[in-house]
Design a protein around this ligand. Structure first.
Ligand code: UD1
Ligand code: UDP
Length: 384
């Protein structure tokens, strides 16, 4: 019997680990699964836990209003240490690039416990973008023993850093496993406003923003572009679930409050969000996860970043990097609204990130690692 500790704490890492946890828990004969939530996010984490019916064995409850990178690190490290000392797992699993990810892997390393990293190998090679995630990923990779790379591109990035080929596995991204759990035909939204917006039958533009490197002026510029679009296209509805960070909320509300066709709403629970996403015309976002989900539905995405660590959908044409310049965002979105050919070119459903089997592959690889089985795991290959 091996003890596996899964550490998570924010909205995206929990969404992307949920299917791995559920899959690990099926293997009762071989694994005892300990779930540890740092709760770097509180309400946005609880929304995800509810959807996937997960109750963490440990909840470190560290979130503070307007927390800094230092306070997250400081408040997580000692509490995580206490749990790891008590449980002494045989493997620690972390996901992605948050401070929870990095600190989780660091504490495991201090106790010489092997680490499995889900969504390993994403790189921009620019330490300021995304900040601090690019460095969180690199630090985590330096510690990791089992690298679950979502794509071939991610695997290549790890090989370039001289990480042993034998420790890298292309699994696909568990973001698609989560989508398969959450997407339902004839879905009724729990937030009544969403049902009302759908009934209006106007085209919908969905927005999300939160990245630290975009705080302040860049975010303000993006919001101004949205405002101009909303004024120019009253027949479109703009729906913006606003991240709970007050730094984000202040800018978004300061620019976009009191507009008839802009709905600034609280973060949606994951099921509402992804089911709503499938009904939108265009998505404008700086999110990592949303960039991976949109292509699944064939919804064009404009990404508010200078660089992306997710080049696959850009290559396929569903995602365009627009940066943070107000004029560029405005003009690019305008073109997609007015030029049907340009729109159609982007709006094709592609799935470069996963096939829904990523968590199954991940768990099989863990079984092989512990010599519980020796089943060969076929790598994920995207189909266009
Ligand atoms: C964090 C991650 C980022 C990830 C994002 C997903 C780090 C450094 N950043 O950024 O990589 O893309 O989550 O959303 O790990 N807040 C609440 N309730 C919540 C969540 C947040 O009130 O449920 C507010 C709090 O005031 C908190 C602030 O938002 O202090 C910022 O949260 P934090 O986790 O530090 O940063 P994010 O921008 O959410
Ligand atoms: N998401 C959600 N509710 C929302 C907005 C986003 O559940 O109101 C989900 C979305 O489907 C995706 C994830 O949150 O899976 C992305 O999280 P976020 O943008 O906060 O972080 P990132 O992916 O950029 O790290």
């Amino acid at each position: 019997m091996k003890k596996i500790a899964v550490i998570f704490g924010t909205r995206p890492d929990t969404i992307k680990l949920a299917s791995v946890i559920l899959e690990l828990k099926k293997e009762k004969k071989y694994f005892k699964v300990i779930t540890i939530a740092t709760a770097q996010h509180r309400q946005m984490l609880d929304q995800v836990l509810d959807i996937f019916k997960l109750v963490p064995d440990y909840d470190l409850n560290i979130m503070l209003p307007k927390q800094t990178l230092v306070t997250i690190t400081q408040n997580t490290i000692k509490k995580l240490d206490d749990v790891i000392v008590k449980e002494h797992p045989d493997l620690v699993i972390v996901q992605g690039d948050t401070t929870t990810t990095f600190v989780g892997s660091l504490v495991a390393f201090y106790h010489q416990i092997p680490v499995g990293h889900v969504e390993a190998g994403l790189r921009t090679n620019d330490k300021a973008n995304p900040f601090p995630e690019e460095i969180n990923r690199r630090l985590t990779s330096a510690i990791t023993d089992l690298h679950f790379a979502p794509t071939e591109t991610a695997k290549r990035a790890l090989l370039k850093e001289n990480i042993s080929r034998n420790s890298i596995f292309v699994t696909g991204n568990t973001v698609i496993d989560a989508l398969n759990i959450a997407i339902k035909k004839n879905y009724k939204f729990t937030v009544p406003l969403l049902n009302e917006i759908i009934l209006q039958k106007k085209k919908i533009i969905l927005l999300t923003m939160h990245r630290r490197e975009n705080w302040g002026k860049p975010m303000k510029g993006a919001c101004k572009a949205i405002k101009r679009l909303a004024l120019l296209y009253p027949d479109f509805n703009f729906v913006f679930p606003v991240h709970l960070n007050p730094v984000v909320g202040d800018v978004v509300h300061g620019t976009l409050d009191n507009m008839k066709n802009v709905f600034l709403i609280a973060p949606l629970d994951y099921s509402d969000f992804v089911n709503f996403m499938s009904k939108t015309y265009l998505i404008i976002t700086d999110s990592g996860g949303v960039q991976e989900e949109g292509p699944h539905f064939g919804v064009p995405i404009l990404v508010l970043r200078k660089v992306t660590e997710r080049p696959e959908a850009v290559k396929y044409g569903t995602v365009k990097l627009v940066g943070l310049d107000e004029e560029t965002i405005f003009k690019t979105a305008k073109r997609l609204i007015e030029d049907k050919t340009a729109y159609k070119k982007m709006a094709s459903a592609v799935n470069p990130y996963g096939d829904g089997l990523s968590s199954k592959r991940t768990v099989q690889i863990i079984k092989n690692y512990f010599n519980i089985s020796k089943t060969k795991v076929e790598e994920f290959i995207p189909h266009k």
